[in-house]
Design a protein around this ligand. Structure first.
Ligand code: AHR
Length: 531
């Protein structure tokens, strides 16, 4: 087999482009001769200051996410609030910076008033987004209490499906006004004297989707979102408001929706949302070489939406530049059925993740890091049981494969995102074209003088050498781990929880030039200290 060798030079400061200048030259290589890749770092060359909220997550009233995942009062593993202690400990330890709640599709049929006040008076309702039974035993106050306990910031979504801007503004008042008004006094009666001070809010969810309760045309939604934004801001001036963007590039209205919505509400919102779920079937024909490159499609989606935001900004001659909230992303295609069959906490969307999924999730995290200049919030969807890195049963907690790249990003990615120059051999994939075998992202924390490098090796058959060049040179290797394995379809289960787990990995000594041998089908993190 012959491979065409191309060099990709990346990180030359061409804002927004993942792989930047491509200088192709057509030498042919045999499959055995793997050309070493190169990543040259200058700590002064930076792409963006990273907002930690980029690495957030999502909790929806769906299946066993809330009931049985976070809240399980009957369990011996729960505390006096009914919160699962093992799940709380895990999320606290992960350091998830922000958590989106309560939906998702759920929010477009949710009456927040059903979920506050004395629990015995809360109604049990038929929930229409997932056709499940909702007991409302966990609601806004429980969520905020739980967020404080696990050390995460709430990101609340309001119902702009059948809900009204007035109900949205009332929820802001309930949460954020200290006292002396109708809704703030109701919160106080419910036992919460202090305001919750929720700063980040989503103006509805996926309103472009026909499946969404209250789905409507873009301009109608844009006007409703603008009305809600004005009323919510009248209650609290310090909000960050996220308009609903397209549910993804497969939508017939992709980008047109975003443009029309923003033409109606640009001046009163701060951000627009993006969603994306990946699969290794229709999108890729089951070709894992293509699958592990899908994060580059995610990167293109980000660039598309930035272009639309800036187009509308130009039209309006506005100074304000919107930021992006990638508030749902993950692999999701096997457990798709959305019928809760009128059950309470049914097993819905319990996707089982394998090694190749974890590799793509690592790639997606690299993409988010590279695009941190405009993407401020990101939420892996979701956090527990439903399309999630964590799974509970009656006796404990399981870390799925995708937990590990996510945990590494949370643990190691800090400070600013670096802008390396990259040279790497490529292979051809549909849509993307020349796809580098290695996908690299890196951060630098001035305070601790530590850098972290995250590398996805998309070569499924062979290890790849990456030469890291540093200016200045690092002095210590602080951490080095890799996630890999022979079987791309291997999964973790309660019976065999350690089938796909990170392995310690021997890094070369810290130096100005370091040669890494990255295993085939791997995602690797390296953390370095500088004098
Ligand atoms: O995360 C699962 C669902 O996917 C969410 O409810 C919805 O927003 C998206 O379509």
């Amino acid at each position: 087999m012959k491979l065409t060798r191309r060099k990709l030079l990346a990180g030359l400061g061409w804002a927004g482009c993942p792989l930047l200048v491509r200088s192709g030259f057509g030498t042919t290589w045999s499959a055995q001769a793997k050309s070493p890749a190169r990543a040259a770092f200058d700590l002064d060359r930076r792409r963006a200051v990273m907002d930690r909220r980029l690495l957030g997550a999502f909790l929806e009233h769906l299946g066993r996410a809330v009931y049985g995942g976070v809240y399980d009062p009957g369990s011996r593993l729960s505390d006096e609030n009914g919160f699962r202690k093992d799940v709380m400990a895990e999320i606290r330890e992960l350091g998830v910076p922000i958590m989106r709640y309560p939906g998702g599709n759920f929010v477009s049929g949710y009456n927040w008033l059903d979920g506050v006040g004395p629990k015995e008076k809360r109604p049990t309702v038929l929930e229409l987004a997932w056709n499940s039974i909702e007991t409302n035993q966990f609601g806004t106050n429980e969520f905020i209490t739980w967020c404080r306990m696990v050390g995460t910031e709430p990101l609340l979504a309001v119902n702009l499906g059948w809900g009204t801007p007035e109900q949205a503004a009332a929820l802001v008042e309930y949460c954020n006004v200290e006292k002396g008004t109708r809704w703030s006094e109701l919160r106080r009666q419910h036992g919460y004297a202090q305001p919750h001070n929720v700063r980040y809010w989503c103006l509805g969810n996926e309103m472009d989707g026909r499946w969404q309760i209250g789905h409507m045309p873009a301009r109608e939604y844009g006007r409703k979102a603008a009305d809600a934004a004005r009323q919510m801001r009248a209650v609290d001036r310090n909000l960050q408001l996220i308009a609903c963007g397209s549910s993804g590039p497969t939508m017939a209205t992709y980008l047109v929706w975003d443009r029309e919505v923003l033409e109606e509400c640009y001046d009163v919102v701060d951000a627009i949302s993006l969603h994306r779920y990946f699969n290794n079937t229709g999108e890729t024909g089951g070709d894992t070489r293509r699958f592990v490159a899908l994060n580059l499609d995610m990167e293109q989606q980000i660039l598309d939406v930035i272009a639309v935001c800036d187009y509308v900004r130009g039209l309006r001659k506005a100074r304000k530049r919107l930021w992006l909230s990638f508030d749902e992303w993950n692999v999701w295609y096997r457990a798709r059925g959305g019928d809760g069959k009128r059950q309470f906490a049914p097993r819905l969307l319990e996707e089982v993740y394998n090694l190749e999924d974890a590799l793509l999730v690592g790639g997606c995290l690299n993409t988010l890091l590279r695009q941190a200049a405009r993407v401020r919030v990101g939420c892996i969807a979701q956090i527990v049981n439903v399309i999630a890195p964590l799974v509970t049963n009656e006796t404990g907690l399981l870390r799925q494969t995708i937990y590990y790249p996510y945990a590494w990003a949370l643990k190691h990615a800090r400070g600013v995102v670096l802008d390396p120059l990259l040279e790497c051999e490529t292979y051809e994939t549909p849509n993307v074209g020349a796809t580098p075998y290695l996908d690299v992202a890196a951060t630098w924390d001035e305070k601790t003088r530590e850098a972290a490098v995250f590398v996805l090796n998309r070569d499924l058959d062979a290890s790849r050498e990456l030469r890291l060049e540093w200016r200045p040179a690092p002095t210590r290797v602080l951490a080095c781990e890799t996630l890999t394995g022979k079987d791309l379809k291997a999964v973790n289960t309660f019976e065999d929880p350690k089938r796909v787990v990170p392995q310690p990995w021997e890094a070369p000594a810290a130096a100005g030039t370091m040669r890494l041998q990255l295993p085939p089908r791997s995602y690797t993190v390296l953390r370095l200290g500088f004098a």
